[in-house]
Design a protein around this ligand. Structure first.
Ligand code: ATP
Ligand code: MG
Ligand code: MG
Length: 406
């Protein structure tokens, strides 16, 4: 029964009290990175217990979780053992053992979103097949197995050609661009060769990248957050502006595409839909994440219900909250690792020091044990009365960084 489940798993805390949170459901999260950490922060307000599974003893979510099981979310026996402790199973990363999730679902374990969704999304090629089959606009794509097929794709799609790994991609690490036929081989090598299961996408001539966070409740109700603009630096999300400065018609189109994409998937929770806006006003889908997402971090300060609280509400079956903005403008700046080790921490702390002096700025530091170049170490969100004002505040925060660093 649920009670004995709670007892057995709270026993390590030496208390025998039943749970008295807003929901009695224990939320199990596969992954304990910054997204898991921010889920724990939202859960604490509602007194919902979040249990995380992550191989790293000192992962960002560890200290804030109700319980942290140290182990791999890609190992079948570990995931099965973990599931016993949870009332509902969810993810903060899509690269998990989906075969085990499917098996657990058959045994009656509640996974949100559904394993079928994780299966489609964790393989980018399957994802593209799925969405194009549902009539969602996206760049042309094609599987490649060898140089011949890659060359054919180049002739068909022209250059630059975007070559992608089907699996385990994040922060652009599974992407390589070939600017001409001569560059195909080196790009493929960067990704580990044709054996790594690759596919190609036609280059999307985007003028802006947009994203929509979509929430779906257990009753299948769907709510969309305001469209945001995402600005990438070397393939990594760097700045998010909310709301996106695009015409009303584009916002409507982006929201419609995001709504339709999420409607085609199963299960409750937050979904993030990454989009391209082309010069002629088309919206193309880039990819979907079945979880809270970097493009929704601003919602913590700028929306009535943050994406993290919304995800918890959705998976435990509480009513969804209001996704609209309670402040006219917000800008989110990712603190990316500038340098390995001490020097990197010094630069980050100088930036944080300045952010702490800006009214409307909120600092989030993920407490990652090590700094690496380009790693997401934290973020800063600035809210204010207009995009112009928050942009000016961001600029002054960053310019000072340059003069301080010299
Ligand atoms: P994430 O960290 O968002 O999961 P990822 O590793 O899955 O990233 P993608 O989202 O596929 O990578 O691509 C990263 C970035 O590369 C995109 O945000 C976009 O800037 C660029 N990009 C991806 N696909 C294309 C394309 N077909 N044409 C042009 N640019 C693209
Ligand atoms: Mg991705
Ligand atoms: Mg992406």
């Amino acid at each position: 029964s649920r009670t004995s489940l709670q007892r057995s798993h709270t026993s390590h805390r030496n208390d025998d009290l039943p749970v008295h949170g807003v929901s009695e459901t224990i939320v199990g999260v596969l992954g304990g990175g910054q997204l898991g950490r921010m889920l724990c922060q939202a859960a604490s307000q509602l007194a919902i217990k979040v249990t995380v599974l992550d191989p790293m003893e000192n992962c960002p979510a560890s200290s804030l979780s109700h319980y942290h099981m140290v182990g791999s979310y890609d190992d079948s026996a570990t995931v099965q053992e973990f599931a016993k402790r949870c009332g509902v199973l969810t993810v903060e990363i899509e690269h998990v053992d989906v075969v085990t999730l499917e098996k657990l679902e058959q045994q009656g374990v509640d996974c949100q979103p559904k394993a079928s969704t994780i299966r489609i999304i964790q393989d980018k090629f399957l994802q593209k097949v799925h969405f194009s089959g549902h009539g969602i606009p996206l760049p042309d794509f094609m599987q490649i197995d060898d140089f011949e097929s890659a060359k054919r794709a180049g002739e068909l799609f022209a250059y630059p050609l975007m070559i992608k790994s089907r699996r385990l991609a994040y922060d652009g690490r599974g992407n390589a661009v070939a600017k001409s036929e001569e560059e195909i081989s080196s790009a493929v090598n960067v990704l580990g060769g044709y054996d790594r299961a690759l596919y190609v996408e036609k280059w999307a001539p985007f003028v802006k990248e947009l994203a929509v966070i979509v929430a779906r409740g257990r009753d299948n109700s769907i709510l969309c957050y305001p469209v945001v603009e995402t600005i990438h630096r070397e393939n990594i999300c760097h700045i998010v502006k909310a709301p996106a400065n695009v015409p009303w018609k584009i916002r409507k189109l982006a929201t419609d595409v995001a709504y339709k994409a999420v409607s085609s998937l199963e299960g409750a929770g937050i979904f993030a839909v990454e989009l391209f806006l082309t010069g002629d006003g088309q919206i193309l889908l880039n990819e979907v994440a079945p979880r809270p997402h970097n493009s929704g971090h601003h919602t913590i300060e700028s929306c009535f219900t943050s994406q993290f609280e919304q995800h918890l509400r959705a998976v435990v079956g509480l009513p969804l909250g209001d996704p609209s903005m309670k402040t006219p403008a917000a800008i989110m700046y990712n603190i990316l690792g500038e340098d390995e080790g001490e020097q990197g921490f010094l630069l980050a702390h100088q930036l944080i020091g300045r952010a702490l002096g800006i009214s409307g700025a909120s600092v989030h530091w993920y407490d990652k044990p090590e700094m690496r170049k380009q790693r997401k170490m934290g973020h800063i969100t600035i809210v204010g009365p207009s995009m112009g004002i928050v942009e000016t505040e961001l600029k002054s925060m960053l310019n000072e960084e340059i003069s301080d660093g010299q």
